[in-house]
Ligand binder design. Structure first.
Ligand code: ATP
Length: 231
C-alpha cells in the first residue's frame, strides 16, 4: 500500500508544471507537500488521482495507476471546493458516496457521526448554500472520507478556516491516519506541515527543492530558511 511517484512530469505547452518528481509515501503515513502558488502541488495530485495524464513518469498506488476502477479507494479534497449548493447536506453526501458504492444507510450513519464530531448535527437537512464557507469545507472533507479510503489526498485542507475549525480538522485528519489511512496533503504553510507530518517534500516551480524526514531537515536548515524557500 505505497504511493510511489517516479520521474513524474507534466508540461503544458512549453511550461513545465511538474518537473520530474520522485517520492515514496510509506503506508499509513502523513506526507506533506509544501510550496507556494503555482509550485505544482495540484497538478501532482491530479496525476496521482488519474485525472490528468503525466507527460512522462508514473504515479502508482499499490503498484498500479489509479484509474476509474479504483476511484473508491481514494478520498480527495480538491482545492476548488465544489458542492451542489441546492442539495441538503444529507442528499449531497448520499449522492457522492453512491459514486463510491456506499449504501444510503451506511452513508447516513457515518455522516451523523462526523456531523456530531464537527458539532454541526443541525446541518443534516440544511442546503449547502445556507452554510458558512468553513462549514461547507467540513462537509467537503466528509465527502472525501466517509467511504474510508485507503489513500486520502487533501489539497490545502486548512486554507480559509479559522483557528478553531482548522484545529478540529487537524484532529480529524490525525484520527483518520491512526486508523491506517495514508494521507498526503498540500500547504503553503510550514506550520501545518510541521504539526502533522514526518515526511515532507517541498516544490518550487515544479521542482523538488527539499525532501525527507522533518527532523533531518530541521537539523540541516533553520525553520526560518525553510519558510523563505516556501514563499
Ligand atoms: P496553487 O496553490 O496556486 O494551486 P499549485 O502548487 O497547486 O498552486 P498548480 O495548480 O499545480 O500549482 O500549477 C502549477 C503550474 O502549472 C502553474 O504555473 C499553473 O499556471 C500551471 N498549470 C496548471 N494547470 C494548467 C493547465 N491546465 N494549463 C496550463 N497551465 C497549467
Amino acid at each position: 500500500m505505497t504511493l510511489k511517484l517516479e520521474s513524474l512530469e507534466k508540461t503544458f505547452g512549453s511550461h513545465t508544471a511538474v518537473g520530474g518528481i520522485n517520492a515514496e509515501v510509506a503506508p499509513g503515513s502523513m506526507f506533506g507537500m509544501l510550496g507556494a502558488n503555482g509550485a505544482g502541488k495540484t497538478t501532482t495530485f491530479r496525476m496521482i488521482l488519474g485525472l490528468l495524464d503525466p507527460t512522462s513518469g508514473t504515479a502508482e498506488w499499490n503498484g498500479r495507476r489509479i484509474g476509474y476502477d479504483r476511484t473508491h479507494l481514494i478520498g480527495y479534497l480538491p482545492e476548488e471546493r465544489g458542492l451542489f449548493p441546492k442539495l441538503t447536506v444529507k442528499d449531497q453526501l448520499v449522492y457522492l458516496m453512491r459514486l463510491n458504492g456506499m449504501k444510503r444507510q451506511d452513508t447516513i450513519k457515518e455522516m451523523r457521526s462526523w456531523l456530531e464530531r464537527f458539532q454541526v448535527e443541525e446541518y443534516e437537512n440544511k442546503k449547502v448554500e445556507e452554510l458558512s464557507k468553513g462549514n461547507q469545507q467540513k462537509i467537503q472533507f466528509m465527502a472525501a472520507v466517509l467511504h474510508r479510503p485507503e489513500l486520502l489526498i487533501l489539497d490545502e485542507p486548512f486554507s480559509g478556516l479559522d483557528p478553531v475549525n482548522a484545529d478540529m480538522l487537524k484532529e480529524a485528519v490525525l484520527s483518520i491516519q491512526k486508523n491506517g489511512t495514508t494521507i498526503v496533503f498540500s500547504s503553503h504553510q510550514m506550520r501545518n506541515v510541521e504539526e502533522l507530518c514526518e515526511e515532507i517534500l517541498m516544490l518550487k516551480e515544479g521542482r523538488v527543492v527539499l525532501e525527507g524526514h522533518l527532523n533531518d531537515i530541521k537539523r540541516s536548515y533553520s525553520m526560518k530558511n525553510i519558510r523563505i524557500r516556501a514563499d
